[in-house]
Ligand binder design. Sequence first.
Ligand SMILES: Cc1cc2nc3c(=O)[nH]c(=O)nc-3n(C[C@H](O)[C@H](O)[C@H](O)COP(=O)(O)OP(=O)(O)OC[C@H]3O[C@@H](n4cnc5c(N)ncnc54)[C@H](O)[C@@H]3O)c2cc1C
Length: 447
Amino acid sequence: MNSHSESTVVVIGGGIAGSEAAWQAACCGADVILYEMRPATTTVAHTTDLLAEMVGDNSFGVWLSTKAQGLLKRELRQLHSLVLDSADQCALPESYELLVDRQQMADALTEALTEHPRIEIRREQVTELPRSGAVVVASGPLTSQPLARVLYRAIGQPYRFFYQSSAPVVRLHNIDDRALVPGSPYDPQRDSGERNCLLDNAGFEAFCAALVEAETTVPEQANPEELLDYYLPAEIMVRRDHHLLQRGPMSAGQLVDPASGHRPTALVRLVPEDTKGDLWRLAGIGTGLPPDEQQRVFGQLPGLEGLEIVRPGRAVRSVFVPAPATLTRSGRVADCGGLFLAGQLLGTANYTEAAATGWLAGVNAARWACRREPALIPGETMFGSLIRRLTESDVSSYCPEPVNFGMLPTERGDAGLSKEKRRQLQVQKSEAVLAEFLAEQMSETGD
Ligand SMILES: Cc1cc2nc3c(=O)[nH]c(=O)nc-3n(C[C@H](O)[C@H](O)[C@H](O)COP(=O)(O)OP(=O)(O)OC[C@H]3O[C@@H](n4cnc5c(N)ncnc54)[C@H](O)[C@@H]3O)c2cc1C
């Protein structure tokens, strides 16, 4: 690694977290060097050389701020997150979730970071840590081996692993409205732009049998602790119990087959993937089947006969540090000078959480570089609750888990209120304390 001045913030990894960290550090006035190893060295999940490439779904989760993912997004907007701003600008026509055109979003973010006068982007694999100064490591679940080794030596915590899969993205040349029914299983009346491949009992059983028979890249002897329920590939779910698919990602919800007037046994949801409208993601069907097997198994589904797999699903072994053993509330590693961690390397669960931890590490690395006290996120927010989980959970059982409303503190007098009312109050509280937090930050910097 080339030398750099003490006041420079070095960010390692130009994914979701590293991009946010670099932007926030630069907006706080630091000079930033952002290292990204792609395209010369790539990972098994990335397919482009763009910064902030989304390797899984093209979704930032639900919009509603009375849901945990929605509230965290709202808070990040309030904090001027670059990732959320780009996601909002590249959003596909409104659906239940914030779906984005992933190519457009990564293009926009790459351009914004490239053009920022305080950010220099170096396309190099980092194999050692700078000896001093503020450093944000945001190298993600697929951190390259040499960096993983030096990081382990610096932090001294053994890594943990889990299998994580993404769903295939397919191109459909012809869409048969009778075979691929429009509507959302969650809200059938709403035009969400989705399509659904409906399966009766025999169709569902045949699909499950094809999944069981197909070969998979997930090793049969995988350590059971590495197969977390929330992230199971479809073929592993079905081997355990095919009702897991039927009750989970393939649930028919409230959707009724217009031809028969009956609810189907199960369905495969096709969610739009781009603004042109010819790419679709098989929502929730994460898989580690080899690409030719995906073509064969998913191509048997009614309406998907002519599909072309353009981005195969993948199952990868993701690495993470047991964050509560080492992370402090500022995003800095305890007893490691100016070393900050962000993103899924900490065991965060999704893009929004990666962006949030990137925000915190970027701001506080910039403050560390000019010897200012760290900014600490108020605990009454979803963001603050996420940081509490990353710093205070029981280390022995710590594993990736998405944020949820149960993590937020409730006021004593709210116990008797309905869930909806309680959540509304929690949302209002989060907005108010973040506004105060922002005002304090601005008065400190004189903005
Ligand atoms: C297969 C898979 C599917 C997923 N599906 C979803 C999903 O559907 N929804 C969701 O919300 N989240 C999903 N996630 C989680 C999601 O990836 C993360 O939440 C998010 O991308 C993590 O952001 P990050 O910045 O920590 O890591 P990444 O976005 O992976 O960025 C890390 C960056 O660091 C670079 N890098 C690594 N090592 C080095 C090095 N030594 N030197 C320089 N650069 C380096 C990498 O090239 C990469 O660009 C998925 C993850 C995986 C692996």
